[in-house]
Design a protein around this ligand. Sequence first.
Ligand code: S3P
Length: 169
Amino acid sequence: MKHKVLIGFMGCGKSTVSKLLAKELGWQLIDTDAQIEEEQGTTISRMFADRGEAWFRILESELIERLSKEKEPMVISTGGGLPMQPQNKELLEQLGDVIYLQVQPETVLKRLEKDTTRPLLQGEDKEQKVKELLAYRGPIYEDVADYTIVTDELTPKEIVRKILDEVVE
Ligand code: S3P
């Protein structure tokens, strides 16, 4: 059985959906952001500030390379920028079934209005940042994904149901 890998923009629901999916399947859950924070003993915001984004991206690639060697199937929730690194496309393909949770900028903005934990969305004009990043990233997520689920109108439970029906054989 292949790992089930969730990708998508910040605020698309990867964390919530992956928890429910892992519970439903009885599989281990790995959240790449949480795993890296645990291994480094600090937050993503601090890593970006102290070591820079490029360093964090190396940690992400190293982690998914390690996970691709795990035999027990797992649900893997990835950070929103992870599929952007060209070398990660192949790693994600090796990792398992890649499921893209697609979301509109308006939904992201509503959900992350008060968020302070995403360094890429801090500062002035969050709306512009979300729109630009999502416009650039959307086609890359599509390209890496084996399955795309449009999530704006769905509850986490409904998304999990769709994944179980369409992806889990
Ligand atoms: C990022 C998304 C974040 C986290 C980091 C960078 C991004 O994860 O990895 O802040 O580049 O989109 P979530 O997608 O879980 O918010």
